[in-house]
Design a protein around this ligand. Sequence first.
Ligand SMILES: *Cc1c(COP(=O)(O)O)cnc(C)c1O
Length: 369
Amino acid sequence: MNQTAAAPARPYGRFFLPGPTEVHPDVLQAQTRPMMGHRGADAQAFMKPLHDGLKEVFLTERPVFISTSSATGLMEAAVRNAARTRILSLVNGAFSQRFADIGRACGFEVDELSVPWGEAHDPGELEARLSASAYDAVTMVHSETSTGVLNDVAALSEVVHRHGDTMVLVDSVTGFGAAELRPDDWGLDFVLTGSQKAFALPPGLSFGVASERMMARAATAPKRGYYFDLEFFAKNHAKDQATTTPAISVLYALEVQLQRMRHEGMEARWARHTAMAERTWTWVDDMRERGVGLSVLAPEGRRSPSVTTIVLPEGVRGPDVTKGVIERDWLVGGGYGKLKESTIRIGHMGEHTLEQLNGLLTVLEEVLA
Ligand SMILES: *Cc1c(COP(=O)(O)O)cnc(C)c1O
């Protein structure tokens, strides 16, 4: 097979970006299958077990919609289908800011409830804001990939539900598959994720689960548009078919990855991520005790199991650290946006193991020495 110049032959298990994440070779291999048509009985027979498997891994009784778009597409779907005029966006990092920006770009009036990057949202503050003003929807990010903060979406959702007909819209792009997520039990009206984060698939698909009340709202939402109209998704899903031509090769990969996830079990998967995250936090503490002034940006108790943002010592630049790691044939994430210079990010998610993570931490020790 041809090896292109742009694709380095880095050994498997060394790719620690917080998205895209490394894809298991069996899952990658599934994509080489020949094309199939996406309409008709054969396509429906192929899609049905995918739809069933998705319900299982999302722990939901609702249909799980598959969108051929990156996750940002379903963020847009969320606000278009839920809002009539006003949205409240909980902002604590770059991706939650994006949710607010999407709302504005779609023509809605968006208020932001912001806390500093690195902090989580307090349900009490949300309560106060919703008591003062009414909104059609509240947007929030489960695992803020820019900072490594995990919001308590169950508690935040409960607060929203005390305030009438306001939709809870959750970006769980680096949450799903790594952190506990229960769309039905937590009353989440729309949850979305992408294929290329803790789902450990190649990029190209995103997944969304809508509550019944979200579907009722969508039916009369004035700006739902065409491509991201949830009724369009629901009608096609009911027939086990895609809305438009799907990313067929990524669906082949999904078929294999769903088998892998069901085999591991979601609770075991969450536990594996928690173990990797805790190992990372302990390592940061050990390094600090040994005189290398690292710290975890997110506060204890509100840290994401899929991504850790590490604050570097004074005078050590993020881009220099990531470069040092690349020179050793490994890959770690740079800081995001305004944290680019002062932090690095480890994406310990997807199919990674503790053993692979330990390998990365050893390399980081070398680079930081
Ligand atoms: C990566 C990411 C996104 C954007 O995903 P795309 O698939 O690139 O559109 C949105 N939100 C969060 C929390 C992310 O980590």
